[in-house]
Design a protein around this ligand. Structure first.
Ligand SMILES: *Cc1c(COP(=O)(O)O)cnc(C)c1O
Length: 795
């Protein structure tokens, strides 16, 4: 392809001319980006074909990762880095007078996910390929990813995201591999050779067309595949309203649902779910039959992972295929099925557990419903034998009850492994949320603490830090991230700590420039960059953060000599379009920003910045610049969090609750390198069970709280047309479900401690160093190795 800079340049110029019929000086940045993308994809294709061939003829076990979301972000830099040709390409482009970062900006994020769940799937793909594991992703190719957020007048506006507008260079359409997916219609039974059989008739059929994306491993020849399905009309059938059919078909893969924490009672969502699993299973079974010819030992050669319950219909779909299409006996099919699937749970929020009303489910997927009904019957009989007479327990565990299909129950019953995503999360599942299932299937449950790919979140996002680390401990840590621990040798090396500080300052300066360009706000790069970026949700408590800022403002007004280290509070967060309360918080953030940013008494010591349209590529710019990482969810509510790990790996110090993976961050770095505050999970759950919390008491007894809350509704805040009664009421009339006021005092005090620590620069730098040094555990390479060994049994 090309082996040095000059060959690259020559190839690039030739390709550009061929693709666009222009000379180089006439070309636009966009032409240049697409030319480069095409070149790199061709560069990848040899290894891609080879990896596929290898899998096709191998009898080693394969894993298929099914996820309704893949939050990939940009791929250009990642692909170049993983291929090991970043430097050659960058220098070649430089010679031509092209600025790499400028070209990079042309690429739209592939934003096919909401947040943590989808980003986890993307990190897992990177680790699978980099560890040379046979792992394939299956997802949906949404025409529009998560909405683009614009802030107008402090309010969130949503625009349709357009990542495909100019085409996506990394994907390859495979129309010859399209499969047909049936919806609606009815099920007919008939007799064949003395056996009752079923067929789905009068169905409306849509075509699922695959688009494949190469997933390049880091400096290996492995190139795995992410296959994403797009819905297109199937062959024309007479008598059908063609336009309506086309519209309804294309709607299936038009939009990503902008919320993964609420059960969406929409037919379209259910259609998406079945569309994904039915198409993926056909593809999986197709390649399996090519390898083995018979499905009876499928579970010995294939593991299918379902990321949360969204793809759980893969379980009844596999039953359907085995029983209806391959003549399996029910029990035979069930043995294969329940030994093929593994399931990851992502939440303990009960409102987020998916349930579908039968009246919606049954007409859309009639045969699948019949199969779930049969599974439920048999499961309830099994329970009756184990717990004779215990109606209540059986009702609580049933897959179908009270007119609803319980997707999590189906997932647990139909898979051989159920895992939580952090230690505390798994414990809460076992002891509370899924306790009855844990009693019945104690060995199915296991914990796999999430991780992030250090290649994207450290090597690619923070080259200056990467270089500094490598200069200190060599480059083996890139393959073995636990080697980052060797950095502790430098924890008393003043010169090294100073270099670490300089790297951070450089990243902070770059973010300060972006903030000025984008928001017109001047921030001081020597102030503490205190950052909370994540989806906006009540349980993540952005509200606690902003009330603290309002308190600091009040404190300045009362005592203009109040001495504290200057702080820049930075937020990024999308609110689900229908989540009214979350949108109010965004408005409140902007209102408080107007209040503090230009106040003469505050005099620049507090700045509040909201960066719009938080997404992967923005995260990559923000996180390396953080001093403090805000991870302040109400304890017990955040299953794991992965943002916390990205910050830690970039040398930010966590200020957080004992929730999710924060607990394991604490275990890794030790209490002297983290700021922990607030109620723990046990205390929260105790209040929830026994009562005893009265937010009004905190309002009356804490003047800081009283003052700040009163300001929300008394017209003090600028832009008086918008008051914040809803927020005020949630904290008082509704007794503060997320314990914001309960944790307020503790939060103020931990911020004081963090501020004081920041003043002692050497100590602070040492804390940063320790955070980086102990972050290796949170590489998704560790997580994927655990999945591969304990759950999937793949090599
Ligand atoms: C990592 C990431 C998330 C998840 O962040 P949490 O703090 O764990 O909620 C969400 N969105 C984007 C763009 C991310 O990169």
């Amino acid at each position: 392809m090309f082996s040095d800079k000059n060959e690259f340049k020559q190839g690039f110029l030739q390709k550009l001319e061929r693709m666009y019929g222009k000379t180089f000086p006439e070309s636009t940045v966009q032409d240049q980006y697409f030319t480069l993308g095409q070149m790199i994809r061709e560069y990848i294709s040899t290894n891609w074909i080879q990896t596929n061939e290898q899998y096709r003829f191998s009898d080693s076990k394969q894993v298929y990762y099914l996820s309704i979301e893949f939050l990939l972000g940009r791929l250009l830099r990642q692909n170049l880095m993983n291929l090991g040709i970043y430097d050659v390409v960058q220098e070649g482009l430089n010679d031509l007078g092209i600025d790499f970062p400028e070209i990079e900006e042309v690429e739209h994020d592939a934003g096919l996910g909401n947040g943590g769940l989808g980003r986890l799937a993307a990190c897992f793909l990177d680790s699978l390929a980099s560890l040379n594991l046979p792992g394939h992703g299956y997802g949906i190719r949404y025409k529009h990813g998560l909405f683009e957020q614009k802030i107008v007048n402090g309010f969130q506006m949503e625009l349709p995201e357009q990542w495909l507008r100019h085409g996506h260079v990394w994907e390859v359409k495979k129309p010859d591999l399209a499969v047909e997916i049936p919806f609606w219609g009815k099920v007919e039974s008939y007799m064949e050779e003395g056996k009752m059989k079923f067929r789905h008739i009068h169905a409306e059929v849509v075509s699922a067309v695959p688009y494949d994306m190469p997933i390049v491993g880091y400096k290996t020849s492995t190139v795995n595949t992410l296959r994403m399905w797009s819905a297109e009309p199937a062959a024309y059938k007479a008598g059908r309203d063609l336009m309506k059919y086309k519209r309804e078909t294309e709607a299936i893969t038009e939009f990503l649902y902008p919320d993964d924490t609420h059960d969406e009672g929409k037919i379209l969502r259910l259609k998406q779910q079945y569309f994904l699993v039915s198409a993926s299973l056909r593809s999986i079974i197709g390649s399996y039959l090519y390898r083995f010819g018979d499905l009876h030992e499928l579970h010995k050669h294939v593991a299918i992972h379902i990321n949360d319950t969204h793809p759980v219909l893969a379980i009844p779909e596999l039953m359907r295929i085995l029983v209806d299409e391959y003549e399996f006996e029910w029990e035979q099919a069930w043995t294969v099925t329940k030994n093929t699937f593994a399931y990851t749970n992502h939440t303990t929020l009960s409102e987020a557990l998916e349930k579908w009303p039968i009246r919606i489910f049954q007409p859309l997927l009639p045969r699948i419903y019949m199969i779930i009904d049969e599974l439920n019957e048999r499961f309830c009989k099994e329970l009756w034998n184990e717990y004779p007479g215990d109606w209540k327990r059986i009702e609580e565990m049933a897959i179908i009850s009270h007119g609803q299909v319980k997707m999590a129950h189906l997932a647990i019953v139909g898979s051989y492994s159920v895992n939580g995503v952090a230690k505390i999360h798994t414990e809460i599942l076992k002891q509370r949320e899924m306790n009855l299932f844990y009693q019945y299937y104690p060995t199915k449950f296991n914990s796999k603490t999430n991780g992030i790919t250090h290649r994207r979140w450290l090597l690619n996002a923070n080259p200056a830090l990467t270089e500094l680390i490598t200069s200190a401990i060599g480059k083996e840590w890139v393959h073995t991230p636990s080697n980052l621990q060797q950095l502790t040798k430098f924890s008393d090396d003043a010169a090294f700590l100073e270099k670490l500080y300089e790297v951070k300052q450089k990243n902070k300066q770059r973010l300060a420039d972006r903030i000025f360009k984008q928001n017109g706000i001047k921030v001081d790069p020597h102030s503490i960059f205190d950052i909370q970026v994540k989806r906006l949700h009540a349980y993540k408590r952005q509200l606690l953060n902003v009330l603290h800022i309002l308190y600091l403002y009040n404190r300045c007004q009362e005592d203009p000599n109040y001495d504290f280290p200057p702080r820049t509070f930075i937020f990024g967060a999308k609110a689900s379009p229908g989540y009214f309360y979350a949108k109010k918080i965004i408005k409140l953030l902007h209102t408080i920003a107007d209040l503090v940013n230009n106040d003469p008494i505050v005099n620049g010591r507090i700045k509040l910045v909201f960066l719009e349209n938080y997404r992967v590529s923005l995260a990559e710019e923000i996180i390396p610049a953080a001093d403090i990482s805000e991870q302040i969810s109400t304890a017990s509510k955040e299953a794991s969090g992965t943002g916390n790990m990205k910050f830690m790996m970039n040398g930010a110090v966590t200020l957080g609750t004992l929730d999710g993976a924060n607990i394991e961050i604490l275990e890794q770095v030790g209490p002297e390198n983290i700021f922990i505050f607030g109620l723990n999970a046990q205390e929260v759950m105790k209040y929830q069970q026994n009562g005893g919390y009265y937010s009004m008491e905190y309002f009356h007894h804490d003047t800081r709280i009283k003052k700040a809350l009163t300001q929300l509704i008394d017209g003090t805040l600028p832009g008086a047309d918008d008051h914040f009664e809803t927020i005020y009421d949630s904290l008082l009339a509704e007794n503060d479900q997320f314990f914001v006021l309960r944790d307020f005092d503790s939060y103020v005090r931990i911020h004081e401690a963090a501020g004081n620590a920041y003043k002692r620069r050497d100590d602070w730098n040492q804390m940063c160093l320790n955070n980086i040094a102990y972050s290796g555990y949170f590489s998704s390479d560790r997580t994927i190795t655990e999945y591969a060994e304990d759950i999937w049994k793949i090599k």
